[in-house]
Design a protein around this ligand. Structure first.
Ligand SMILES: [Zn+2]
Ligand SMILES: [Zn+2]
Length: 819
């Protein structure tokens, strides 16, 4: 064997050996438990992988190897989410066809993942842009269509002028396109939607059944946004007519505090309610509001600006008349386009009332407040409390008041209980080229008709000119041979739908495909799907908290209802890795020039050092900074392991306590096992380092078979994390040639060997025995002293006295002198 740790040689040798023995082939051996470990379906970007990605892929690789060693059949696949806007935009920027850039990028990703020796079963690789994959994406679209869950509607849609496409609500982040960060506008277009709103309650309730990080669950709950409240029917008289002016509120307990109403500038009643003498001012205001973006209108920092219409609305409870204002902080797209202004108990209303000198009337007081009100309010009190200045409802708590008010209003017809959701239907169609064509044929006689199953897939035509048209129509509309067809129902002329599907459709079912990617007559082999699903461990970035995870859960529920899958949730456990920042502490990005690639690290330090450092760098979930000193330390550790194993196993001089030596070994096995199980890789690596520090000095001092056992244990515990060095040391260094360390079962530990020898220590206070402590034999003097002084009995007998002296007789006695 080489005396020095020459990682390049090992890597080249073992890669080809492992490939030859199909080490990562998925076993489906009967009678074994299964474990499905899945990484988020990556979009292969043109930049390739950075070491940041390794924080996702290395831990799942280690975990998969670990589970396999524990006797599980493990499914750990990889594939490409390669349709969609980012891929198409990248191709446009490169001025080449997306099918070409997709192949280039997936090849590079695969190469890098193999470089890092991620244990994916490449026989199961899938690619969402291949017809044998998107055929089933289309099939699922039709499943939703046939179940009445896909429909077309004309609506005002978010439109990104830069990407020239419609965006779903989820793809607009504070008024900006989620991809290119241009400000979005609105456009009226006919679109396809999935009725995800029909599943809102189930998507909410079933969150309780899965092991996901709480912040992700909270984001999903907020996105679904279920709120319990009621409509209150305000009315307003104008032009000799009484107009209803309903508002939705979750805080009907504040209705006696309403001192004004605010309607959106676009509200249909805006013109009707404006008194002639105010017309000029109102029109001027509306013009200005139109030019503002919704972000500015909604922003908490921006000043709330409004204009009085001259009309007054009647409070359905008190009958009181309050002025109706137009306020640009009210949006027509949310709720009813009108809000009741309660300045004392709503922050925005408070700011608005302050600016225009409107009354601020306190009707909720903190439950624990003293009886006397404290004069003018400095800010809105927005919490629940006790009702005051509210007629017969005084002294009720907010919770009681809400219930009673809703019941009373329903009785007389001035209001109605209502549950609202923030969730909107999923806008699925895109006017872009690079996606799965929507498998629908429009017929004048029959309407939208599903393409029959046996005519799927609807192939995406190879279009050289795939630029977005910017007219709101997909580039496919330019291909006559694609558009013109016959109606499958009546045989008359038909036109194909030219929109393609949102990329999120592809990732809403891919986890099923991995269970049997070769299935021809079905999206998956039902038997394999039942064996492998649901995914036991799903790992990826928290940025997918809403869209992908919500959509995949929705599709799964639809499949469940159609009798296709026996489970309701696809991902039993979810984990999100923390971000890896550049050495400068900033997010890695090409523009900042601080991206570190696995390629350059592997070249310098080898794959094992990269993997081990990624695991050692810190807690899995934490945001951490890359540090080259850190990887040097890990590299040195591997070098020390190498030297120790290769430096021979000599005769023992019998100078070491072998019980102690064994205890260390078994404690380390237990610690590493439990830490990997708990995704605490950093402390698992640290435990191996500490152990090595202890036992490297014991060479030639313990019996040679025990010494060899320790070396073998070290190598086996390292094997899922640092696969190359472990294999080389196992086969060449420790004499197991022909037996791969990666096929061995996971090591168990001997609990009895871990039990430390305990001794009883007597504690005296002023010469009298007051307590007996059971402590490990090797505990230090300081620890014995601390344990003695912490004893309740000792404390009792010392009492108020001052401790003058503490004498420790190791292994026997502690004597406390107090006086
Ligand atoms: Zn955009
Ligand atoms: Zn027809």
């Amino acid at each position: 064997m080489n005396e020095r740790y020459a990682f390049k040689v090992l890597e080249a040798r073992w890669r080809s050996v492992w490939e030859g023995m199909k080490l990562y082939h998925t076993d489906e051996e009967l009678g074994k438990p299964k474990f499905y470990c899945l990484d988020f379906f990556p979009y292969p970007s043109g930049d390739g992988l950075s070491v940041g990605h390794c924080r996702n892929y290395v831990p799942t690789c280690v975990y998969s190897r670990f589970k396999k060693a524990q006797g599980y059949n493990v499914l750990h696949p990889m594939g490409w989410d390669a349709f969609g806007l980012p891929a198409e935009n990248f191709a446009l920027a490169q001025n080449v066809h997306p099918s070409f850039t997709t192949r280039q990028n997936t090849d590079n990703y695969r190469r890098q993942m193999k470089l890092v020796e991620c244990c994916y079963d490449w026989e199961r690789e899938v690619n969402s842009t291949h017809p044998d994959y998107y055929r089933w994406t289309q099939w699922f679209f039709l499943l939703l269509f046939k179940r009445g869950l896909a429909y077309q509607a004309v609506g005002s849609q978010w439109w990104c002028p830069e990407c020239k496409t419609i965006l779903a609500n989820e793809q607009v982040e504070s008024g900006l396109c989620w991809r290119c960060e241009s400000e979005v506008t609105r456009k009226d277009l006919k679109q396809w939607y999935f009725k995800i709103t029909e599943y809102a309650d189930r998507l909410l309730d079933d969150l309780e059944t899965i092991h996901w990080p709480e912040p992700i669950k909270i984001m999903q709950r907020n996105w679904i946004g279920k709120s319990y409240g009621c409509d209150a029917y305000f009315t307003v008289e104008a032009g000799g007519k009484v107009h209803p002016l309903p508002v939705f509120t979750t805080r009907i307990d504040t209705i006696y505090g309403v001192t004004f109403m605010a309607i959106a500038p676009e509200h249909p009643l805006a013109a009707v309610l404006t008194k002639p003498e105010r017309k000029a001012e109102v029109q001027d205001y509306i013009e200005k509001a139109k030019r503002k973006s919704e972000i500015d209108r909604m922003s908490a920092e921006k000043e709330k600006i409004g204009v009085f219409t001259g009309s007054y609305a009647a409070n359905p409870l008190s009958g009181e008349k309050v002025p109706v204002w137009i306020g640009d902080y009210v949006l027509l797209t949310y709720g009813t386009g009108a809000v009741m202004g309660v300045p004392a108990h709503d922050t925005r209303d408070f700011a608005f009332a302050k600016k225009y000198g409107l009354e601020i009337r306190e009707v909720i007081r903190p439950k624990d407040a003293s009886a006397t009100p404290g004069g003018e309010m400095a800010e809105a009190f927005v919490d629940y409390g006790q009702m005051v200045n509210s007629g017969t409802y005084d002294r009720l708590t907010s919770e009681e008041g809400i219930e009673k008010l809703i019941r009373d209003m329903e009785k007389v017809g001035t209001g109605k209980r209502r549950i609202t959701y923030r969730l909107r239907d999923w806008l699925i169609s895109r006017q872009r080229y690079w996606g799965a064509p929507i498998p629908i044929i429009h017929c004048e006689r029959c309407g939208p008709v599903a393409v029959p199953d046996d005519r799927l897939p609807v192939l995406l035509p190879a279009l050289p000119d795939f630029q977005p048209t910017g007219t709101g129509k997909s580039p496919l509309s330019k291909v006559e041979s694609f558009v013109n067809t016959t109606c499958p129902q009546c045989g008359g002329p038909g036109e194909r739908e030219t929109d393609t599907m949102d990329g999120f459709a592809c990732s809403s079912w891919y986890f099923l495909r991995f269970t049997s990617p070769w299935a021809r007559d079905f999206p998956h082999d039902p038997e394999k799907m039942r064996y492998w699903m649901p995914v036991d461990l799903y790992v990826g970035g928290a940025e997918h908290a809403v869209m992908h995870l919500l959509y995949a859960r929705f599709w799964t529920k639809v499949m469940h209802d159609a009798g296709l899958v026996p489970f309701q949730e696809p991902f039993a456990t979810l984990k999100n890795q923390g971000m890896l920042l550049g050495e400068d502490g900033q997010k890695m990005s090409k523009s900042k020039g601080n991206v570190i690639t696995p390629d350059e690290v592997v070249e310098k330090f080898g794959v094992d050092a990269l993997r081990l450092y990624i695991l050692f760098i810190g807690p899995f979930e934490a945001e951490l900074k890359w540090d080259e000193q850190g990887i040097r330390g890990v590299y040195r550790f591997l070098g020390r392991v190498w030297t120790l194993v290769t430096s021979g196993i000599g005769p023992a001089k019998g100078e070491t306590d072998e019980g102690e030596f064994r205890r260390w070994m078994h404690k380390t096995i237990r610690k590493v096992t439990r830490d990997i199980e708990g995704f605490q890789f950093n402390t698992a690596v640290a435990a191996l380092m500490e152990w090595l520090n202890y036992f490297q000095d014991q060479q030639f001092r313990v019996a040679s078979d025990l010494w060899k056992e320790a070396l073998e244990t070290m190598v086996r515990l390292l094997s899922p994390m640092a696969p190359f060095i472990a294999e080389e040391l196992w086969q060449e260094g420790l004499g197991h040639r022909g037996e791969s360390v990666h096929t061995l079962p996971w090591l168990g530990w001997d609990e009895a060997a871990i039990q430390e020898v305990m001794v009883t220590i007597v504690v005296q206070v002023n010469g009298k025995v007051r307590d007996r402590l059971l402590l490990p034999a090797d505990v230090s003097e300081g620890e014995v002293r601390e344990a003695a002084l912490a004893s309740e009995r000792v404390k009792k007998f010392v009492g108020e006295k001052t401790i003058r002296n503490v004498v420790v007789v190791p292994g026997k006695l502690v004597s406390v002198v107090a006086g």
